[in-house]
Design a protein around this ligand. Structure first.
Ligand SMILES: Cc1cc2nc3c(=O)[nH]c(=O)nc-3n(C[C@H](O)[C@H](O)[C@H](O)COP(=O)(O)OP(=O)(O)OC[C@H]3O[C@@H](n4cnc5c(N)ncnc54)[C@H](O)[C@@H]3O)c2cc1C
Length: 406
């Protein structure tokens, strides 16, 4: 078996698999390593869902994965309501000139659709199950990747798409800036007395945000961020009591809440790699940045990394420039690190602002929500940011050209 590749992508989650698909058209030889290949969607629906931005939908459509995703567990939402004790802001796609604000999609459906696209490409080798255990630079400058089954691969460029605890990042000695929120998110599925009205609902409580994300079958996915010990207590409640807690915490905006799904909890932290690149190595997605889920931006930022990196590497190929050289990779880093930093910083600031009960700040926050609600131009900017449409958009994240041949 040929163990030499031009690009080795470590981590075939949503971001790594999307990158393999995006690079397929360059004709480069690509290996994608993943310890846990995705399973096709099945009943019951998986607990994990993501709010996908319009830019992410464009990318998934450009990669040929969207038709499969939208045919499965994926639901557009056209409104968003965010409130704390007293202030509220309401975003309505029709009022702001858009067909929808985004989609709530089952992670497994997105992952599986991308995996199918990758497996149809002749220049992508899916190595799964396979896990990177070591990464070193060979004397000729290529990268040596050691796998858990004893195999050794060689690549010109290794991409770390292996999530927040990235082994690639660790082997490369790239450090991170971190903030532990001492919070966990409780995730479950519920049925509400009132219809969700295709609206993403989020209440900022003193203990953390509580989101109700609208699903295609009329249920809602819950993401409830809370102090870690309290999340554990909530996770162990029986369905009836947890439902009562959710009804109360949501101020009965959707009436009575009934828990229908299992539960899972996730630790929350902000983390940002000090560098995204070094010769022969590049980081994308959660390996480069992890963000509080309060605005549902993590995978959306990762997919923008994918689109930008694919564009930079595609240009290097067509201009016969070395793929793995720093000047090539730095173009990607300059493009994405600043934009991600802004989003991480914004999420961190919002998290701190809503975490406080100091009277002047709490007043400012409530006033801020209510005042901003009347400022349509500011709401336009906020919505475009959440839709992933601000900043310099890579080609793959723009609306697909209906006349282009895929
Ligand atoms: C509660 C919660 C809600 C969220 N909601 C949203 C949302 O609504 N919208 C949104 O955009 N984001 C959301 N996020 C964030 C989003 O889930 C992540 O940003 C996203 O999953 C990151 O994708 P990734 O592919 O970079 O990393 P991961 O999903 O972590 O994938 C990494 C992959 O690498 C593999 N891997 C790990 N180590 C190795 C190794 N040594 N060798 C080979 N492979 C390896 C793993 O098996 C995995 O498949 C949420 C997060 C949480 C916790």
């Amino acid at each position: 078996m040929n163990n030499r590749f031009e690009i080795i992508i470590v981590g075939g989650g949503v971001v790594g698999t999307a990158l393999a698909c995006a690079l397929a058209r360059t004709g480069l030889s690509i290996a994608l390593l993943e310890p846990q290949p995705p399973q096709p969607p099945s009943d019951p629906m998986d607990l994990r869902v993501s709010a996908l931005s319009v830019a992410s939908q464009h990318l998934l459509a450009n990669l040929g994965a969207w038709a499969n995703i939208s045919a499965q567990r994926c639901h557009p939402y056209s409104e968003m309501r965010v409130w704390d004790g007293a202030g509220e802001i309401h975003f309505d796609s029709a009022e702001l000139g858009y067909a929808q604000l985004g989609w709530i999609a089952e992670n497994r459906a997105v992952h599986y659709a991308l995996w199918q696209c990758a497996s149809a490409q002749a220049n992508i080798r899916l190595l799964s199950p396979a896990q990177l255990v070591g990464l070193t630079t060979a004397s000729d400058g290529s990268l040596r990747v050691d796998l858990d089954d004893g195999q050794r691969l060689r690549g010109q460029l290794v991409v770390g798409a292996d999530g927040s605890r990235s082994k690639v990042r660790q082997c490369a000695g790239i450090t991170t800036v971190e903030r532990d929120y001492h919070q966990h998110a409780l995730v479950t599925t519920v049925r509400t007395e009132q219809p969700h009205a295709d609206t993403a609902w989020q209440r900022f409580l003193p203990s953390g945000p509580l989101a109700f994300l609208p699903l295609a079958d009329g249920q809602c996915s819950i993401v409830w961020s809370h102090h870690s010990e309290q999340t554990q207590v909530l996770a162990e409640l029986d369905d009836l009591t947890l439902g009562q807690q959710l009804t109360e915490a949501s101020a009965e905006r959707l009436g009575e809440v009934r828990v229908t799904g299992t539960r899972a909890t996730f630790p929350l932290r902000m983390q940002h790699a000090q560098r995204y690149v070094q010769p022969g190595i590049v980081l994308v997605g959660d390996a480069a940045h992890t963000v509080h889920p309060l605005a549902g931006q993590g995978v959306n930022l990762g997919l923008l990394d994918v689109a930008a990196l694919a564009e930079v590497l595609g240009q290097a190929v067509s201009r016969h420039r070395p793929l793995a050289a720093l000047p090539t990779l730095r173009r990607y880093e300059r493009w994405r690190r600043g934009e991600n930093q802004l989003m991480l910083h914004a999420m961190d600031t919002i998290q701190r602002l809503f975490d406080t009960q100091l009277p002047p700040l709490a007043w400012l926050r409530t006033r801020g929500l209510s005042v901003t609600d009347h400022l349509t131009p500011i709401k336009q900017v906020l919505v475009r940011q959440a839709m992933g449409l601000n900043g310099t958009l890579p080609e793959l994240a723009r609306a697909p050209n209906p006349h282009a041949s895929v």
